[in-house]
Design a protein around this ligand. Structure first.
Ligand code: URA
Length: 431
């Protein structure tokens, strides 16, 4: 086996065998595959595509290119993945809620990508919280809290780390086959038995239209199930921000509010829908509806909040985070309120622009290595179909706040008459 033969097979439409995928993934991890070969491989996959067997082969090969975690826990080990959006802080609520319902959730998460926020960045708004614990600390957190939101260690799916960096500079990020193998290799290396996927669709998502969101969801679900992990995907609305905020400490506040049994309704509803699917897949609920009711109960009675507090303390954060949120999350120095014309209904939102505004305020990275300002972002964001209330810009200085206001006003279109809001869950993909 050699790289040239594998690439030529893809180029000429002969597909990717399990042995070829395993060889290539090992070569990516070890360095035997050169950068030029990895780039050619990615382009051949993008142009010729993989069939289902090829996608499963690449996914499992990339999963096995590093350590696959192994747990000895008294309940099912499960997780959720979102393809990313604006105000999508569901993971912060869902992981402890699933834990409160008897699952174990080693949630290995990523940072913000482009205009979307990242779960790790949100968790790092908590002073002292470690997203890179050693294995003993991770094990202890998982055992004590039932969930641990952390980053990937260097030996988790190393083939993906290498291929992802090469895709980024070779115009091959967009391949659904490569996205599928990339996302799933990392998730499946967590050693999970069930996975719920949240495939975002709309103006703030990477998949802006339903056809491409459906194609990605189907590829993910079939590859994950083919690799032996019980998986369902929900395609969900990203034509509006999910939570009414964008920015790390600000979304953390929304998450804590939902954990405390209140908070934004759309965030709570989606947490219940995704959690219901996950509990059903794991055998902890009879069906998704019963699972959603269990998740809702764990939010209403404080059990999910208690799991979140345990996880934060086990990973180095303050034991009284929930009780003393204001003491631990300082405000941004500059706050500016934007009022939109009263009596109008939100007709459309350029949600990607809202995410980009938050990034430019310091909530995300414009260049690799930029340091995030966890205090900054937007709150009071509306969704389509409602009258917008005041929106607050949380900025580092007055100049950045003024720039954000101009962009914010241009991103929201208002209607004088009623506007029907679309559903939050657009489709459910099971095969
Ligand atoms: N997230 C990933 O981890 N990989 C991709 O290719 C796209 C999104």
């Amino acid at each position: 086996m050699d790289a040239r033969t594998i690439i030529a097979g893809l180029r000429d439409g002969r597909g990717l065998s399990a042995a070829g995928a395993a060889w290539f993934a090992r070569g990516l991890a070890s360095g035997e595959v050169e950068d030029a070969q990895a780039g050619a491989f990615a382009m051949a996959v993008l142009l010729r595509g993989l069939d289902e067997a090829g996608r499963i082969a690449l996914t499992t090969a990339m999963r096995d290119s590093g350590q696959v975690l192994d747990w000895d826990l008294p309940g099912p080990v499960i997780d959720k993945h979102s393809t990313g959006g604006v105000g999508d802080c569901t993971s912060l609520v869902l992981a402890p809620a699933l834990a409160a319902c008897g699952a174990y959730v080693p949630m290995i998460s990523g940072r913000g990508l482009g205009h979307t926020g990242g779960t790790l960045d949100r968790m790092e708004a908590i002073p002292g919280y470690r997203t890179d614990p050693d294995r003993a600390t991770l094990d202890r957190a998982l055992r004590e809290a039932g969930c641990a939101i952390v980053g990937a260690s260097a030996d988790l799916a190393p083939a993906d780390r290498r291929l992802y960096a090469i895709r980024d500079i070779s115009a091959t990020v967009e391949s659904i086959d490569l996205i599928t193998a990339s996302i799933l290799s990392k998730k499946l290396a967590e050693g999970i038995e069930a996975l719920v996927l949240d495939v975002k669709c709309g103006s703030g998502a990477f998949m802006a239209d339903i056809a491409s969101a459906r194609a990605l969801a189907q590829a993910l679900v079939s590859a994950a199930n083919g690799a032996g992990c019980h998986t369902v995907a929900l395609i969900t609305d990203m034509d509006s921000p999910l939570a009414p905020s964008a920015g790390n400490a600000l979304e953390l506040r929304d998450s804590v509010a939902v954990l405390a049994g209140q908070g934004p309704e759309r965030l709570r509803r989606l947490t219940c829908a995704l959690g219901g699917e996950a509990l059903a897949l794991a055998g902890l609920a009879a069906d998704a509806g019963a699972g959603a009711a269990r998740i809702a109960a764990s939010l209403a009675d404080g059990r999910a909040a208690e799991r979140f507090a345990r996880m934060v303390a086990a990973l180095g954060g303050p034991a009284d985070l929930i009780e003393r949120l204001d003491a631990h999350l300082p405000p941004a120095p500059e706050r500016r309120t934007v009022t939109l014309p009263p009596g109008r209904i939100v007709q459309a939102i350029d949600t990607r622009t809202l995410g980009e505004i938050a990034v430019h305020l310091g909530a995300g990275r414009l260049r690799q290595g930029d340091v995030i300002d966890h205090r900054t972002g937007l709150t009071g964001l509306p969704h389509v179909g409602v009258e917008a209330g005041p929106i607050t810009i949380h900025a580092r200085n007055a100049e950045e706040a003024a720039t954000a206001e101009t962009a914010l006003r241009a991103a929201i279109r208002l209607s004088p008459g009623p506007v029907a809001a679309g559903p939050l869950v657009l489709e459910r993909i099971t095969a």
